[in-house]
Design a protein around this ligand. Sequence first.
Ligand SMILES: [Zn+2]
Length: 105
Amino acid sequence: MQRVYSSPTPAEAHLVQDYLAQAGIQAVIQGSELGGLQGLVPTTETYASVWVADEDMAEAEALVREFLDGQPNDVAETAWQCPNCGEEIEPQFSDCWNCGTSRIG
Ligand SMILES: [Zn+2]
Protein backbone atom coordinates (compact mmCIF):
# COMPACT_ATOMS: atom_id res chain seq x y z
CA MET A 1 0.00 0.00 0.00
CA GLN A 2 1.09 3.54 -0.68
CA ARG A 3 -0.26 6.83 0.58
CA VAL A 4 -1.62 8.92 -2.24
CA TYR A 5 -3.23 11.73 -0.27
CA SER A 6 -3.51 13.11 3.23
CA SER A 7 -5.58 15.87 4.73
CA PRO A 8 -6.18 17.36 8.17
CA THR A 9 -9.86 17.15 7.25
CA PRO A 10 -11.17 13.56 7.28
CA ALA A 11 -14.11 14.59 5.09
CA GLU A 12 -11.70 15.55 2.34
CA ALA A 13 -9.98 12.21 2.56
CA HIS A 14 -13.36 10.57 2.13
CA LEU A 15 -14.08 12.69 -0.94
CA VAL A 16 -10.81 11.54 -2.45
CA GLN A 17 -11.66 7.95 -1.58
CA ASP A 18 -15.03 8.30 -3.30
CA TYR A 19 -13.40 9.89 -6.32
CA LEU A 20 -10.95 7.03 -6.65
CA ALA A 21 -13.74 4.50 -6.16
CA GLN A 22 -15.63 6.01 -9.09
CA ALA A 23 -12.56 5.34 -11.21
CA GLY A 24 -12.47 1.74 -10.02
CA ILE A 25 -9.61 2.13 -7.54
CA GLN A 26 -10.16 0.75 -4.09
CA ALA A 27 -8.64 3.05 -1.48
CA VAL A 28 -8.59 2.87 2.28
CA ILE A 29 -8.53 5.71 4.75
CA GLN A 30 -6.34 5.72 7.78
CA GLY A 31 -6.18 8.41 10.37
CA SER A 32 -6.95 9.57 13.84
CA GLU A 33 -10.67 8.94 13.44
CA LEU A 34 -10.01 5.26 12.80
CA GLY A 35 -8.37 4.15 15.98
CA GLY A 36 -8.27 0.51 15.02
CA LEU A 37 -6.01 1.15 12.05
CA GLN A 38 -3.80 3.72 13.64
CA GLY A 39 -0.98 1.28 14.28
CA LEU A 40 -0.40 1.06 10.55
CA VAL A 41 0.78 4.64 10.22
CA PRO A 42 3.44 6.57 12.14
CA THR A 43 2.17 7.86 15.47
CA THR A 44 3.09 11.40 14.43
CA GLU A 45 0.63 11.10 11.57
CA THR A 46 -2.43 13.05 12.63
CA TYR A 47 -3.85 13.55 9.16
CA ALA A 48 -6.46 11.34 7.61
CA SER A 49 -4.67 9.64 4.76
CA VAL A 50 -5.78 7.74 1.69
CA TRP A 51 -3.89 4.61 0.75
CA VAL A 52 -4.03 2.56 -2.43
CA ALA A 53 -2.44 -0.64 -3.65
CA ASP A 54 1.05 -0.26 -5.11
CA GLU A 55 -0.12 -1.10 -8.61
CA ASP A 56 -2.82 1.59 -8.46
CA MET A 57 -0.48 4.32 -7.23
CA ALA A 58 0.33 6.00 -10.55
CA GLU A 59 -3.28 6.17 -11.65
CA ALA A 60 -4.44 7.23 -8.21
CA GLU A 61 -1.88 10.05 -8.11
CA ALA A 62 -3.16 11.37 -11.41
CA LEU A 63 -6.75 11.16 -10.19
CA VAL A 64 -5.92 13.00 -6.97
CA ARG A 65 -4.27 15.78 -8.95
CA GLU A 66 -7.38 15.93 -11.10
CA PHE A 67 -9.55 16.00 -8.00
CA LEU A 68 -7.54 18.81 -6.41
CA ASP A 69 -7.67 20.86 -9.59
CA GLY A 70 -11.43 20.66 -9.23
CA GLN A 71 -12.26 21.51 -12.79
CA PRO A 72 -10.87 20.70 -16.20
CA ASN A 73 -7.94 22.98 -16.87
CA ASP A 74 -9.15 24.56 -20.05
CA VAL A 75 -12.44 25.92 -18.72
CA ALA A 76 -12.61 29.71 -18.42
CA GLU A 77 -8.92 30.14 -19.14
CA THR A 78 -9.14 31.76 -22.54
CA ALA A 79 -10.50 35.11 -23.58
CA TRP A 80 -13.73 35.13 -25.52
CA GLN A 81 -15.02 37.38 -28.24
CA CYS A 82 -18.29 39.22 -27.87
CA PRO A 83 -20.73 37.95 -30.51
CA ASN A 84 -22.39 41.37 -30.65
CA CYS A 85 -19.61 43.93 -30.88
CA GLY A 86 -16.55 41.80 -31.40
CA GLU A 87 -14.64 42.95 -28.32
CA GLU A 88 -12.22 40.48 -26.80
CA ILE A 89 -13.23 39.84 -23.19
CA GLU A 90 -11.10 38.51 -20.33
CA PRO A 91 -12.15 34.99 -19.27
CA GLN A 92 -13.25 36.00 -15.76
CA PHE A 93 -16.01 38.23 -17.12
CA SER A 94 -19.33 36.69 -18.09
CA ASP A 95 -20.65 39.79 -19.83
CA CYS A 96 -19.15 42.07 -22.44
CA TRP A 97 -17.83 45.22 -20.75
CA ASN A 98 -18.49 47.17 -23.92
CA CYS A 99 -22.08 46.38 -24.79
CA GLY A 100 -23.32 44.11 -21.99
CA THR A 101 -23.93 41.02 -24.10
CA SER A 102 -23.77 37.84 -22.03
CA ARG A 103 -21.22 35.19 -22.80
CA ILE A 104 -22.79 32.26 -24.58
CA GLY A 105 -21.65 28.74 -23.93
ZN1 LIG B 1 -19.93 43.44 -26.78
